[in-house]
Design a protein around this ligand. Structure first.
Ligand SMILES: Cc1cc2nc3c(=O)[nH]c(=O)nc-3n(C[C@H](O)[C@H](O)[C@H](O)COP(=O)(O)O)c2cc1C
Length: 208
């Protein structure tokens, strides 16, 4: 076995106490996203998204958080592996990790597609090459070579307008659970979870 001894980095940059928490976990997440942006971390909105098949086989990948309102909005191909899994089992978990801030956020909940109008508006806001790439890529399918999708992308780039493919759009992860983690000295980290109870959020401190 190869041992990965990355040393024992200490987490010393912050702490999290009950009085630091917002009543509303969405505001808390917004504050931490703002702090990650202010700290100029790479891809502050990158989140690992876990989905699972109906047989409970999990899969995970990184997507970008594109909006935060009643849920966490991300965009993808509805026929991708994640899209297929979300159609059969609309439950997901997301995890954001900002190394420079020694912070992690976990979110769990139900996923619903955003409206076609919302997906249209977001698709239209993307650069032309991103729109062409989304239209050309049968995401998660086996393809014979790179050239085949490059050729298709080029054909889209030659069009005056690129319509949003019906199989490409957004999802909103509606949280029923949040957890905020702040690294602390000697691995005695601070963790708080928010559990939805009707219209309220119950807050608990968790052991590290
Ligand atoms: C930093 C980063 C950001 C990404 N953002 C997205 C995204 O917003 N939407 C997306 O569909 N894939 C995104 N990807 C690619 C996914 O990780 C993944 O390869 C793709 O969605 C196919 O996943 P699936 O086969 O599990 O459906 C991103 C990858 C990285 C590393």
């Amino acid at each position: 076995m190869t041992l990965y001894d990355g040393g024992h980095s200490e987490y010393n940059s912050g702490k999290l106490d009950i009085e630091d928490l917002k009543v509303d976990p969405f505001e808390m997440l917004q504050d931490w996203l703002d702090a990650a942006k202010a700290a100029k971390v790479t891809e502050p909105t990158a989140m690992t998204l876990a989905t699972a098949t109906l047989e409970a086989t999990p899969s995970a990948r990184v997507v970008l958080l594109r909006g935060l309102d009643t849920g966490l909005v991300f965009y993808t191909n509805y026929q991708s592996r994640k899209g297929t899994e979300l159609t059969e089992n609309p439950k997901a978990a997301a995890c954001l990790w900002w190394a420079a801030l020694e912070r992690q956020v976990r979110v769990e909940g139900e996923v619903v597609p955003v409206s076609a109008e919302e997906s249209d508006a977001y698709f239209a806001s993307r650069p032309k090459d991103s729109r062409a790439a989304s239209a050309a890529s049968p995401q998660s399918q086996i393809i014979p070579n790179r050239e085949s999708i490059e050729k298709l992308m080029q054909e889209y780039l030659e069009l005056d307008t690129i319509a949003r493919p019906e199989h490409w759009g957004g999802y909103r992860l509606i949280p029923s659970y949040f957890e905020f983690w702040q690294g602390r000295k000697a691995r005695l980290h601070d963790r708080f979870c928010y559990v939805r109870a009707g219209d309220e959020w119950l807050i608990h401190r968790l052991a590290p």
